[in-house]
Each structure stands twice: as C-alpha cells, then as structure tokens.
Design a protein. Structure first.
Length: 241
C-alpha cells in the first residue's frame, strides 16, 4: 500500500496529514527518506516518523448493526435519546458508515477504518443500498414514475430497481435500490411521489445484507464481506480512486 495510507492505518495521522509528513521528509522506510506515493509493506518494512518506529497497522474492526427506529446515528448528544453506540461493543475508534435517520431501521455498518468509511460513503463509490418502504398511496403510479426518475431539490433520482407488493390495510411493500447516499433520499423520493411512509428499513448496504439479524443486535462482518468491501472504490493498485 502507499506510505500515506499505511501511516493512516497505523493511527499516526489522517491520510492528508500523512502526505504532509512524507513531503516534509519526516518519514523513513528502512532508513531511507520516504517519497510521496511510495509503496510499502507494513508487515515487512520498518517505518519511522521523526525517528520513532511506527507500529504495525491494526486489523480494522467491522460490525453490522440492525438499527431500530427511534435511535440516533451519532455519538451521545447529552440527551436521554439512545444512540447506535449504546447497542454495539465499546470498540475504540469505532465510527459509522453513513447515517440512517432517527426513524429508519436496518443495516448500519460500523468500523474502526476511517478511510474505508469515507470511501464507502463518497458518491464516486456508488455503493448500492436497498430499502423496503411500507407505504400508502397510489403505489402503481408511483412505481412507474420512480422508474422514469424524479427531480428532487438536490438533483435527479432514478432508482436502479423499484418493485412493490400490495399488503393488508391498504399498505404496500415497496423495494428500492439506489446508489446515492443523499440525506433522507428515499423518504424525500416517496414524498415527491405522494406516498405516505409508514416504515422504512434498509435491508442491504453493498455486499452486507440484514438477513435475520434482530433489531438492536449486531454481528462482526464475515471475512468475505470485509474482502468485498475492501474492493469498493479501489483502483487496480489498491489505493483509492
């Protein structure tokens, strides 16, 4: 991997700050001053910053939480409202990957890999997200309109896939897959389609599915899920695009 990324993974500095350290000549690899963009193998090479050895990068922690409704995607805010961090193990450096709003349920990824969290939520990564919305309204017309695309106040939205199944009590289960991660995008799309959202659940984020994970429960990602996530937004040489 590139030297700036190795420094960031070791917790020395942010990726940008690490680039500045390298440019200033403060970083050495095996006793030689590092060059900007130089590749390094943290498991084999000796890296120092200002003459002090850099520890080996720690393996990143990855969790998926089934976020319930009525829980904040944030750190504790001084109120009595629950946050997602009360529902997962207390892991130093844990951060969430994107947000789910207060009432939205479902898949929420958390990791100690801040670089990956940023990469996965950047629009250029185009990570697919699938939601199931319980709605009321003229759903057949809404589905046709959604497939053609809808103009919202922050741009045009056309889901990758939209389907709906009628249920009881004049309610429909509408499944939508999108690639954007705009604020409250699915709720705003439904509002633009004159649909009343009764419940909203994210059932998939990239390769990670909700499955049978109970509300409020979490689990570590599988090795396969982590490997698939690692490929998202990466250029062929393994650095971010």
């Amino acid at each position: 991997m590139r030297i700036h990324r190795a420094l960031a993974r070791a917790g020395i500095a942010s990726r940008r700050k690490a680039e500045e350290l390298v440019a200033a000549g403060r970083v050495c690899i095996n006793g030689a001053v590092a060059r900007t963009g130089q590749s390094v193998d943290p498991a084999r090479d000796t890296i120092t910053v200002d003459g002090k050895a850099v520890g080996r990068p720690q393996k990143a922690a990855w969790l998926v939480l089934h976020k319930p409704a009525g829980v904040l995607t944030s750190r504790p805010d001084g109120t009595d409202r629950r946050t997602v961090f009360e529902l997962v193990p207390d892991v130093p450096g844990l951060t969430y990957v994107g947000r789910l709003d207060y009432l939205t349920e479902g898949v929420l990824l958390l990791t100690t890999d801040g670089e990956a969290a940023h990469r996965l939520t950047h629009p250029s990564s185009e990570v697919e997200r699938t939601y199931v919305a319980t709605v009321r309204g003229d759903v057949p017309t809404a589905v046709r309109q959604a497939r053609m695309g809808v103009e919202l106040d922050d741009g045009f939205v056309r889901p990758l896939a939209v389907d709906a199944v009628q249920g009881a009590d004049r309610q429909w289960q509408m499944t939508l897959t999108i690639r954007e991660g705009r604020n409250r995008e699915v709720r705003r799309l439904c509002e633009a389609l004159d649909l009343e959202v009764r419940r909203l659940v994210r059932t998939q984020f990239g390769p990670v599915r909700l499955g049978s994970l109970p509300a409020g429960a979490s689990r570590p990602l599988t090795a396969r899920e982590v490997a698939l996530i690692a490929t998202i937004g990466q250029t062929p040489d393994g650095d971010e695009g």
